[in-house]
Design a binder for this molecule. Structure first.
Ligand code: AMP
Ligand code: MG
Length: 336
């Protein structure tokens, strides 16, 4: 595996001699760890079934879980999916950015069936992250990219996280530093009326509803049906340690994932402490969530206890990830 380190404040991916090598690796069907504003993605050419098969096997991801296709622009996205009025409004308001739209797939779309799990819908995103858009533009097509971590485990927000989980399975990792948002994209299905929120994420429900002028629908759990999003699997984002939520105190031997200025009772018991945001800022907390869980997990503590995070704005996505991190393991197939 090779690492391409990029300082996006001072250099453009276009100017780097590494760019052509990474583009060739993608064209050859290889996997590349790519930074985005949300988390690091495990990217492959979405039109090549063999390349997409490598994603599923590297992550040990169940094949019923379709992949998000990342494209360079709205115009590129219109080649693959049909946009209704809601989808047009959302793309206009939030692209490029941390919003994925699930749309009816256009017939003849080159995105392979493995990427869409054989569905007649397709998940599309124009990320704000420059590197993913650049690479998609260079290969001249969509890049399938789930989070660059082993399925069910904590998402990767740095190149080192990617290397730790998948270093032996990828041709390159592009290291552009930690991801600025730190939590996955919000997924909205615009397949009927009203649109459904399939997964909370980097764009808040409130912001989406303000653009649509009405409420999003939550998907109905259907008994026995396959989940539509990995975020709908009950146990996901799981550290090795157990996770205890809404901790008002710290028990001996626990690590503390704190939030806000007021520490919980007996916080002196904590073997390690990480505060998601000492000022109680939810954007900062989202950015620190996965790296904080990874860091506390590395201490070897048997339990990570977590202070309450409010449910508003990005708090909905943060709490969603925390609840799944705390879910009993071995419940990976259940719906929430
Ligand atoms: P991620 O694991 O972050 O790549 O998220 C992928 C998720 O996007 C899937 O689990 C689905 O919820 C959603 N998704 C992707 N493709 C489709 C599709 N064709 N139809 C419905 N949902 C999709
Ligand atoms: Mg993931």
């Amino acid at each position: 595996m090779k690492r391409w380190t990029l300082d996006l404040d001072h250099e453009s991916p276009t100017d780097s001699p590494r760019a052509a090598e990474v583009v060739k690796a993608l064209r050859d069907g290889m996997l590349v760890g790519v930074p985005t504003e949300t988390v690091y993605g495990l990217a492959a050419d979405a039109t090549q079934p063999d390349a997409c098969a490598r994603i599923f096997s590297a992550k040990r991801r169940p094949r019923f879980n379709p992949l998000i296709s990342h494209v360079a622009s709205f115009d590129a996205a219109t080649e693959y999916g049909y946009f209704n009025d809601d989808a047009l409004k959302l793309a206009e308001a939030f692209w490029p950015g941390p919003l994925t739209l699930v749309l009816p797939k256009k017939p003849g779309s080159p995105i392979c069936d493995l990427a869409t799990a054989g569905l007649d819908s397709v998940a599309l995103r124009v990320p704000a992250g420059l590197v993913m858009r650049f690479l998609s533009e260079q290969i001249g097509g969509p890049l399938a990219a789930p989070s660059a971590n082993v399925s069910g485990k904590i998402s990767a927000t740095t190149a080192d996280d990617v290397v730790a989980d998948l270093g032996d399975k990828i041709a390159y990792v592009v290291d552009a530093g930690p991801c600025p948002i730190g939590i996955e994209s919000t997924i909205v299905a615009c397949l009927g009326d009203p649109p459904q929120i399939l997964r909370s994420g980097g764009v808040s429900r409130e912001a989406i509803e303000a653009v649509l002028g009405r409420s999003l629908q939550d998907p109905e759990p259907e008994a026995g049906a396959a989940p539509q999003a990995p975020g709908m699997l009950l146990s996901h984002y799981a550290p090795s340690a157990s996770v205890r939520l809404d901790a008002a105190d710290v028990k001996p031997g626990e690590a503390l994932l704190a939030f806000g200025p007021k520490p919980p009772r007996s916080h002196g018991n904590a073997v390690a402490t990480l505060n998601l945001s000492p000022t109680g800022d939810l954007t900062e907390a989202a950015k620190n969530l996965f790296s904080g869980l990874r860091q506390l997990d590395r201490t070897g503590a048997h339990t990570i206890c977590v202070q309450t995070v409010p449910e508003t704005g990005l708090g909905e996505a943060i709490n969603d990830r925390l609840r799944r991190a705390a879910a009993p393991r071995g419940t990976a197939m259940q719906r929430s």
